[in-house]
Design a protein around this ligand. Structure first.
Ligand code: IPE
Ligand code: IPE
Ligand code: MG
Length: 236
């Protein structure tokens, strides 16, 4: 049974293993991605039911442009389908959508749909679903450094006043608490340029199942595992 008093406020997920899941079944990689979208929808519902407040999905990294043109196009189209299919559901459940990542070179049509879904849901007060799309943590940190440099040059800030809190406010995730837990499916044990700053004290969890097999029960199991961890933040 889950301890209702110890639910992670923010869970971040690297949805990995779609390609391997498909290959094992003799399907095209796109079938794995399609099934993966269904799992994202299922986990949104489950996280909301459990009482998670922020749920971040790594959906497309700045390095994923290295994939074939066809696979990239499939991933773009699937995000668009996800938005179309879920906007009314997000509204109905009082959920907010937020996108983190760089705009370029996301196709204009898709960017428009992302911005519009974000603005339509911005006053909702329930679960915040964060899509990391064309996201890279190093790029995010570099972008923050650039913004800070500009503020200093414009005399809107002073170098000596920059601290962890103010630096945080220049990241794409400004206003979002750090993840309490990171889940990466498929057995890969690495961060792959995801939330490098924000994961400093997150509990890391690497289940073996590929993302298209990560069901509600697997998410509950992850939360149960989180509740067994002793978080010390450096204290004794
Ligand atoms: C994760 O699955 C989905 C994205 C990166 C968009 P992969 O496509 O990386 O699947 P594997 O790791 O090749 O199995
Ligand atoms: C990380 O998975 C990115 C996403 C899940 C969107 P990758 O499959 O791209 O990562 P690597 O290449 O195995 O490190
Ligand atoms: Mg992968």
């Amino acid at each position: 049974m889950l301890d209702k008093e110890n639910i992670p406020a923010h869970v971040a997920i690297i949805m990995d293993g779609n390609g391997r899941w498909a290959r094992e079944r003799g399907f095209a990689r796109s079938e794995g991605h399609r099934e993966g979208v269904k799992r994202a929808e299922e986990i949104i519902e489950e996280a909301d039911a459990i009482g998670v407040k922020f749920l971040t999905f790594f959906a497309f990294s700045t390095e994923n442009w290295k994939r074939s043109r066809i696979e990239v196009a499939v991933l773009m189209r699937l995000l668009d389908i996800f938005l179309k299919r879920n906007l009314s559901r997000l509204m109905k459940h009082n959920m907010r959508l937020r996108v983190i990542g760089r705009k370029e070179p996301i196709p204009d049509f898709l960017w428009k749909h992302l911005v519009s879904a974000q603005s339509k849901t911005k006053n909702n007060t329930g679960l915040t679903v964060i899509l990391a799309f064309n996201y890279g943590a190093r790029q995010e940190i570099v972008d923050a450094a650039k913004k800070i440099a500009k503020e200093i040059m414009a005399k809107k800030a002073r170098a000596e006043d920059i601290n962890e809190e103010s630096f945080n406010s220049f990241l794409y995730t400004s206003g979002i608490p750090d993840p309490d837990m990171l889940i990466r499916t498929s057995g890969e044990v690495r961060i792959s340029n995801f939330l490098l700053w924000q994961l400093s004290y997150s509990e890391l969890y690497f289940p073996k199942v590929c993302w298209p097999d990560f069901k509600r029960e697997n998410f509950q199991e992850a939360i149960l595992e989180y509740q067994k961890r002793a978080r010390r933040f450096g204290a004794a």
